[in-house]
Design a protein around this ligand. Sequence first.
Ligand SMILES: [Zn+2]
Ligand SMILES: [Zn+2]
Ligand SMILES: [Zn+2]
Ligand SMILES: [Zn+2]
Ligand SMILES: [Zn+2]
Length: 520
Amino acid sequence: MAYNFRNRNLLNTRGAYLGSSGSDSESQDDSDPDFLTPSRTPRRSTQNNTARAGGASSIRNLSGKRARGNGEEHKRGLRERHRRRRKRFSQVPQAQISRRTVLSWLIGSGVIEEKEAVWYVAAQSGNILGEGKVNREGILCSCCSGQLTVEEFEVHSGRKTRKPYQYIYLAGSQVSLLDCQIEAWEDKEEEERRTFNNIQPASKAVDRNDDACMVCADGGDLICCERCPSTFHPRCIFMEIIPQGDWLCPYCICKYCGNGNGNGPLMQCSQCEKKYHFRCGGETLDLMNPPVAFCGSSCRKIYKGLHNLLGSQNELHDGLTWTLLQRTDEPFTGSYGEEEYKRIQCNSKIAVAWLVMNECFLSTVDRHTRANIVQSIVYNRGSYVTRINYSGFYTAILEKNDEIISVASIRVHGKRLAEMPFIGTRGEYRRLGMAYVLENCIESTLCSLKVEKLVIPSVSQLTGMWMDKYFFSRVQEERLVKELSLYNTVMFPSSVVRLHKNLAMLPDLNLSPQENEGHF
Ligand SMILES: [Zn+2]
Ligand SMILES: [Zn+2]
Ligand SMILES: [Zn+2]
Ligand SMILES: [Zn+2]
Ligand SMILES: [Zn+2]
């Protein structure tokens, strides 16, 4: 037996896998205990601050120039008081929340109380321009009893900063919704969902390698990479002869020359995550922007294209919008410039998107690391183990009136390949073509970035739908199977069918889903 070829026993039993689901034609599975059926929460009496809200006409030290100097200290004090007060709220379980909005997430996290009074405060003057009460759908305006989204409440108050969370304050604690978002994001429970998956070998472990094949996620006789924890079944990477010496996996060698050493230092591409020598064709590290480096111009273009889209709501038909999200760890400076504001919104929506995904999919646990796969993907958690390193994932969401109704996870492995392991729609919006709308937005984005192929997993019942309605085909050809084995895509058990689609073949995206459906 070759030195790097070992039998690896699985440490843990297989987790529950589901694969791709949540498409429009999928029915709800109520039999599973992990499946949470959203229901309306019973009303409860709440303590409000309406008396104070009604009386005041302006607040000092809240925003604009007057917030400078000891205003910052004052704000910190308010936030601290709010944090303490919050402990008295009786928390509503997230599962019982009927609408998946940022506000409902804040209410579910216990940061805001339902029916809490809010003010829209003018940036410069500090004058109160609007008053209302928070609920899960949005804000109930006090002047006209209109039910408004957060953005509509700003417009209704006569402003259009497009940063409404920054200027809407809780009347009681005088903390902005934006500060509430940061507070909820920094909550311990929330933080645990996104921490780096720092799996280290046990001190008594024989070796530091993974127990599951990177291609098929099964155990057995695996060949181990000498440089990283990845392991493979030789048959899964079409290896006929087991090498006698050190062996390096496809993620530890230069994507151009195939060597793991020589030709200068190996760098990692920020987009496709493959290693490369810059002498072999990749780019040198950009010293102005050290954390990013690219194996070539196509990866650079894809990376820039995706990053430019981050956090921007793209308007579609019928009041729908779609947005590309990715969690970021950059610290908040408190300046709340446009970029920072966007980042805070991105992170909050990631938290809401996870709650939607959790409704749509059975909990899928990596049997070796016990990592919750869907959760780790939505929060793009990193790991030293390539197989469960999800740091390159993006989350695409479809929203209507601030409510997230469909969510998809996508990762682009360079210009050749993108994957979409999960796409889900909330129960009450299924069979309305919502996943179809979101999938089309993702496809046209990938097309504009010149990505050539999209792969998805599908449970066998849905394979026909993906093939007929979305024009996917089965991954069968050996040449394609071989090519895909070189990419670190999320793996599912063998009962899940792999489908692929060449992105040049697109239906007319300018038609609405109903019109398109008529043509198929
Ligand atoms: Zn009104
Ligand atoms: Zn395998
Ligand atoms: Zn390796
Ligand atoms: Zn090279
Ligand atoms: Zn690359």
